[in-house]
Design a protein around this ligand. Structure first.
Ligand code: NAI
Ligand code: A1CAB
Length: 272
């Protein structure tokens, strides 16, 4: 796997998380090319890590065995137009873009035969990623294995059977780190209102988030409901807090939020 030259087209938040995780896992930085128009500071950071950062998108793609499309979905058509004369027949394409269907990528890169669509997440940066993967049946198994190895270097992988499930994965694992950050932000703000410093509030909130997540992972035999109940003394403080969530229909809010993410992914698939 380490012998392949990988070109990242776009090296923003998501691609950087994968690149940093890959390099940390031992992938030779010299075999990774990153193209990140308009963000020179990031290019410099990647150069310091040993990546090649001075090629144009087209040069990078021509040299690469594996092309990772990691620009914003709205940029995808414009970026792929630069590759109109590149033969993708022997290259593997991995897209991380939300809302760009394989059929659309096939239109944009007509010579590409092996396209794997993925949905990683930013915890990949620290090796704690969770990525969904989808490929049509015609894609070479070696290309699928490569995509899986690549994303396994930065976390866990989950293959979906149908492409529409990848939009559900966006809601469940792609966008969702932001849900947890939002929840922690709200807790931090509340602690600050009580008089704690922002820094102390952050330390308190993040330690409980880490502790709670580790308890979930360490106790697979316990349901999430049981873990919650174990904190909730009858007539006590937690019950009062949870009652407020219940009153504001937290479960329904979360469900609506996740479905809104899916709906947006579907809209993007139709419009981009
Ligand atoms: N941020 C996240 O948590 C996740 C993002 N994604 C997907 O990853 C893709 C990138 O998202 P982010 O990294 O968040 O965005 P970003 O804005 O941080 O990164 C995009 C990068 O592309 C570069 N760029 C723009 N035009 C370019 C061009 N013509 N050629 C080369 N590079 C160019 C920009 O300089 C920027 O650094 C999107 O398609 C998104 O759907 C997928 C999963 C999670
Ligand atoms: O917000 C987005 O559209 C991207 C995809 C999942 C996370 N970030």
């Amino acid at each position: 796997m380490n012998q392949k030259t990988i070109a990242f087209i776009g090296a923003g938040n998501m691609a950087f998380a994968i690149i940093a995780g890959l390099v940390k896992s031992g992938y030779p930085a010299a075999n990774i090319i990153a193209c990140n128009k308009s963000n020179q500071a990031r290019c410099e950071q990647l150069r310091q890590m040993g990546l090649q950062v001075d090629l144009t998108n087209r040069e990078a793609v021509e040299r690469a065995d594996v092309v990772i499309l990691a620009v914003k979905p709205q940029m995808m058509a414009e970026v792929c137009a630069e590759f109109a004369e590149v033969d993708f027949a022997d290259k593997w394409v991995i897209s991380v873009a939300a809302g760009i269907a394989v059929a659309r990528l096939e239109q944009l890169l007509p010579s590409a035969r092996n396209i794997v669509r993925t949905m990683p997440n930013t915890p990949s940066l620290i090796g704690e990623g969770m990525s969904g993967l989808f490929a049509k049946k015609i894609v070479e198994p070696t290309a699928c294995r490569f995509a899986e190895q690549l994303l396994s270097a930065v976390g866990q992988c989950y293959w979906v059977e149908t492409e529409s499930q990848l939009n559900q994965i966006i809601a469940i694992t792609g966008s969702s780190p932001a849900y947890f950050f939002k929840f922690m932000e709200a807790m931090q703000q509340s602690a600050v209102k009580m008089g704690f410093s922002e820094q102390d509030a952050r330390v308190l909130v993040q330690s409980v988030a880490i502790g709670a997540a580790k308890m979930v992972a360490a106790n697979p035999e316990l349901s999430l409901a049981t873990l919650r109940e174990n904190v909730t003394s009858k007539g006590g403080t937690t019950a009062q807090a949870l009652a407020v969530f219940e009153q504001h229909r937290l479960d329904q809010t979360v469900d609506e939020a996740m479905n809104a993410a899916i709906k947006r992914a579907e809209e993007m698939e139709k419009s981009l």
